[in-house]
Write a protein that binds this ligand. Sequence first.
Ligand code: TZP
Ligand code: MG
Length: 210
Amino acid sequence: MNKENLLLYFIMGSNNTSQPPSQVLKKAINGGITCFQFREKGSGALKGKEKETLARELQSICCKHKIPFIVNDDTELAISLHADGIHVGQDDESIQELKKKCPSSMIIGVSAKTIEEAEEAERQGADYIGTGPMFMTTTKEDAELPIGPEGIWALRKQGIQLPIVGIGGINETNAVEVIEAGADGVSFISAISQADDPEKAASTLKDRLT
Ligand code: TZP
Ligand code: MG
């Protein structure tokens, strides 16, 4: 995959915003995001046909603007939509399984924060890892304690070469620290999905990093 696409990685599901998700996504794209992950999870998350309909709507917006569309933890959906990628956690389907099922062009992202998890992701052929939480977050219901940008330093120091995206509590004031620690990109939900002006939020984040 193209590492540059990871720089401003926006993640959203329908329960992360009070505005129509398609509107938020369009504004975020206008503001300069470089990648999008559809993450329909947690309380009130859509299921079945409704989930698929929203996924298709957001995917077509991404497609029109040449923004990679990644599906969180739903391999069947990712495959049936011909999504650009799939992102899984440590407790989800293994990379080995994904490699068997998915087209070889599909980007595979994995959440990994310990050196063991990162090395395993590298061995299995993941395209990037998501590491966090960097900072305190209230968006993920079961989020663990923050590891800080130091967590990324540590992985780099121990030789991890895979592209890394920081996640968790990242906003315009702390995004730079994450990149300086060795990440290729920052990912965020609420910094954009909860902003009154998602376009401005995205463009401010972009200004901080470019
Ligand atoms: N994984 C670790 S923290 C987190 C996820 C999905 C939530 C990130 O949301 P926010 O609003 O950017 O802190
Ligand atoms: Mg998961």
